[in-house]
Design a protein around this ligand. Structure first.
Ligand code: AMP
Length: 212
């Protein structure tokens, strides 16, 4: 299965994509995770990406398109993949369409997770990620004791770009650059819209129901 997860920051794309990828045994390709890992490792890509990510802006299309094409050429993506955080602009979507068509690997579906804006802002403010294993938490509901990860005991950290001032910018970048992709994929007959409210399990059931 070849899938794109679409939705605003905080909609739960990463959580749902990770779970679906485990179930289907295909790679979860999160461009945000790739960029954060590059930034932490201090590579050339990471240093460039950090400048944009810190302010909630987008890394240039040419950089992202090259990075994703390289990732999709890896053998583990030949049996399917879930893209999370890419494409994020019409130019990226068109480049992806062209690349997948040229390689005979068309998308099966694009899942759009919809959450009301008010709820997104609250979710991002309360979002914490385990610095060791990457498990995500909402601090108000599921934070482990002493801010430690329930799964591995690692420290729970707030993402640099989940700070309030950056969240507003990310939301407006989403509306301007990424929301038009909903129409792009609807026109292609690929869009599956799923309500992203309720528990993680409920959202996961809705997604698997749509993909059945
Ligand atoms: P995410 O984890 O998907 O929210 O991504 C975190 C940040 O990484 C974004 O706010 C962007 O700065 C950058 N980023 C991730 N994916 C892309 C993309 N496809 N195009 C441009 N920038 C991206």
């Amino acid at each position: 299965m070849r899938l794109v997860m679409l939705g605003p920051p905080g909609a739960g794309k990463g959580t749902q994509a990770k779970r679906l990828a485990e179930r289907r045994r295909i790679p979860h390709i999160s461009t945000g995770d790739i960029l954060r890992a590059a930034a932490a490792a201090g590579t050339k890509l990471g240093k460039e990406a950090r400048r944009y990510m810190h302010d909630g802006g987008l890394v240039p299309d040419a950089v992202m398109i090259g990075l994703v094409q390289e990732r999709l050429r890896q053998p583990d993506a030949h049996g399917g993949f879930i893209l999370d955080g890419f494409p994020r602009t019409v130019a990226q979507a068109e480049a992806l369409d062209g690349f997948l068509a040229a390689n005979g690997m068309p998308l099966d579906a694009v899942v759009q997770i919809a959450v009301p804006r008010d709820e997104l802002v609250g979710r991002l403010a309360g979002r914490r990620t385990c610095g060791t294993c990457g498990t995500m938490y909402q601090v108000a509901v599921s934070q482990g004791p002493n801010g430690r990860c329930d799964a591995c005991g690692g420290p729970l950290l707030q993402r640099d770009d989940d700070r309030e001032e950056t969240v507003a910018r990310r939301m407006s970048v989403y509306e301007r650059e990424t929301a038009p992709l909903v129409g792009h994929y609807r026109d292609k007959g690929l869009l599956r819209e799923v309500k992203g409210t309720g528990s993680r399990d409920e959202v996961f059931q809705r997604i698997t129901g749509e993909l059945r």
